[in-house]
Design a protein around this ligand. Structure first.
Ligand code: NAD
Length: 266
């Protein structure tokens, strides 16, 4: 699917990866509904796109609201007369040892990260099926592919679930002419850690590994736009992750034993 002439809605597009995708999709000729909880940030990104000669409109939306995606569908149709792509990109992080994370915090993170995607699918899957075309991008994380920390379980659980439901969606929708792409970023320089709360004692923030050099959001935008245009399913921001996944699949017990030794020895 060429992005030129298409209409896209991106959640969490005022910052980081969502902003990088919005700028790149627009550069390739898509009209973008720049949606975010942060209304001023969404307006700034939309203004930036328009100043560069592209087409964009800002739309304030809280993806944890029950009717958020019905409103987004109406907004994108009102703005551009069509919708071809939805990118479910919002994700929030919380930190704390497993016994210190309150259930309400689990609920908040799952509501924002996971149930937003479920609500989006409920609105956009029937729309794209009826239309006979469309593309859905879901943003997961390396945290949903393998385990490198134990102090962010709600986040990792939400991302693992997104991996699973996105895979299922691809199986369901590809034969019906609707594209599905799973964006799995490793470290990317964004604002995701700003304001993250820690429950219980401070923990050491572990990254997926020293081998993964942090990427910039605009690099992720280019990689993702290429994948959408080629209708590819999986987008890693670093292909080295494949070695990690193969090692785990080949000897899961040995892999976990090595991780325990690595973490307890650090
Ligand atoms: N940055 C990384 O290293 C990294 C790695 C793996 C996965 N990711 C994932 O990438 C996605 C984008 O994150 P980012 O790193 O660009 O973070 P970011 O914090 O820079 O951007 C996230 C945006 O989401 C918005 N947002 C937060 N809650 C919202 C809500 N309830 N409704 C609507 N908008 C809301 C924020 O205002 C912000 O503009 C997330 O799903 C994140 O989990 C990021």
């Amino acid at each position: 699917m060429e992005l030129k002439g298409r209409a896209a809605v991106i959640t969490g597009a005022a910052s980081g990866i969502g902003r990088g995708a919005a700028l790149e999709f627009a550069r390739r000729g898509a009209s973008v509904l720049v949606s975010d909880l942060d209304a001023d940030g969404a307006r700034e990104v939309a203004d930036e796109i328009v100043a560069a000669g592209g087409t964009a409109k800002p739309q304030q939306a809280d993806v944890s609201a029950e009717d958020a995606f019905v409103s987004l569908r109406e907004a994108v149709l009102a703005a551009f007369g069509r919708v071809d792509l939805v990118m479910n990109n919002v994700g929030v992080l919380t930190r704390g040892l497993p016994e210190h994370l309150p259930i309400d915090e689990w609920r908040r993170v799952l509501e924002v990260n996971l149930f937003s995607v479920v609500r989006s699918h409920a609105v956009f899957v029937p729309h794209f099926l009826k239309q006979g075309s469309g593309h859905i991008v879901n943003t997961a994380s390396f945290a949903g592919l393998f385990t490198y920390a134990y102090d962010r379980q709600p986040y990792a659980a939400s991302k693992a679930a997104i991996v699973q439901i996105t895979e299922g969606l691809r199986l369901y929708l590809e034969p019906q002419g609707v594209g599905v792409t799973l964006l799995c970023p490793g470290p990317v320089r964004t604002n995701i850690s700003a304001g993250v709360r820690t429950f219980g004692p401070e923990t050491v923030t572990r990254s997926p590994g020293a081998a993964y050099v942090a990427k910039m959001p605009d690099q992720v935008g280019v990689r993702l736009a290429d994948a959408v245009e080629r209708n590819e399913f999986m987008v890693y921001t670093d292909d080295k992750v494949v070695e990690e996944l193969v090692a785990r699949a080949g000897d899961w017990n040995g892999y976990i034993a090595r991780k325990v030794a690595e973490i307890s020895g650090s």
